[in-house]
Ligand binder design. Sequence first.
Ligand code: AMP
Ligand code: ZN
Length: 497
Amino acid sequence: MKIYNTLTKRKEEFVPLEKGKVRMYVCGPTVYNLIHIGNARPMIVFDTVRRYFEYRGYEVNYVSNFTDVDDKIIKKAIEEGVEASVISERYIAECKKDMEAMNVRPATTHPLATEEICGMLDMIGTLIEKGHAYTVSDGTVYFRTRSFRDYGKLSHKNLDDLQAGHRAIQVTGDEKEDAYDFVLWKPKKEGEPYWESPWCEGRPGWHIECSVMAKKYLGEQIDIHAGGEDLIFPHHENEIAQSEAANGKEFARYWMHNAFLNIDNRKMSKSAGNFFTVRDIAGKYDLQVLRFFMLSAHYRSPLNFSAELMEAAKNGLERIVTGVNRLTELQAAGSAGKTGADAAPDREAADRATKAGERAAADGLTSMTEEEQASWQAAQALKAKYEAAMDDDFNTADAIAAVFELVKLANTTAKEDSTPAYVTALKEELCRLCDILGLITEKKEELLDAEIEEMIAKRQQARKERNFALADRIRTELADRGILLEDTREGVKWKRA
Ligand code: AMP
Ligand code: ZN
């Protein structure tokens, strides 16, 4: 698999730090408002990256934070006359609802900045000890940018050039040693949340949280660090400086950045006021359409949001879903001995047919006719095309083109008299390829309580046998179907999301 690495400005073969595993960190939103569809782009894109790694057999540890201490959150809390935590908790809950509606899976861990202050104090202490940070008279701690030789390596900026441009704007009387030194810890202001520290009562700067959370949940070295391209400088550049100066090791191997979602060719952003929230869109479209729209472009290409493109996405997605539904109808008709078009989709019959088809496929396609076997080879070639696109820096646009071709093949070759083996094999293939893109082609039936209990028991057994990959798969399958697990001292508890 090849990934475009912002650090080297090249596509590189992906080689994990640990065989079969991916450690991945994606910068999450600042939670002071409903997320807008620009924020949704990295969520959808990197969720798809995660799903594809899993399809390729990797176990993915996916960490994405919520920034829950920040000037904008505090401002909103003051406006509403409530604690900052009331604001952040409200918008984390809303963000999780949006994620679910976009079929973005919950991260393995969603750490909160306010719960990681201890780790931040530790890392800042280490940076001071090593001479990479210093305090000034009001207790602010700054990172000494000059002390980190590689500063600028991600954004491909040269510190001397940067500083020549910025010396003029350095405020007189500022105790910073250098204009590009950035804040690690700052003193509280009246009415703001604060924490005790060796330097002053205060709160962390923004960049330090990600260095600390990545280290705690993924280790000192990670495979992939990702986010929107506006984060390259200064946020990610500063994360590299902090982590590498503190840990003495390369931080992330691959840096992935999505391009902007634009409106009228300008970046969608809250501050510019040219944004739609995910909720706005949910009022008009199923959010599967939004997901399909996002993935119809390569993640490194700017994407312009427009009503026409959303309509095109809606039609495109419908074509796929209709193709899958038709296969389900054919399965049901075949299994129930009915003929053709007047057969109502009967899920039980379709499920029976799926099982029969799976057995037939496992038998080596013997139950397909010769003609079907030839078509099945064509379907396999399309799957290979899809994989080649995804292997090439997650080219979802080309992968979707391969899915359309597969739908066309299914529409023209699967008929009432097709064998169950052929119809089922096609449908399974199509659903699998859509599932990697997070596109739901069939609504799954709600799980019964007894089925949930049974899956949890299977997961417990897998954990006992130290088969963590299986245990994780079961947890994911449950999460996909809206069942959240909590491991407690009294055992596993579950609830419907
Ligand atoms: P923020 O809440 O602004 O920190 O943003 C959360 C994530 O959304 C970051 O990865 C940003 O880079 C990303 N993001 C914000 N606006 C856009 C946009 N218009 N297009 C693409 N990504 C964006
Ligand atoms: Zn970050």
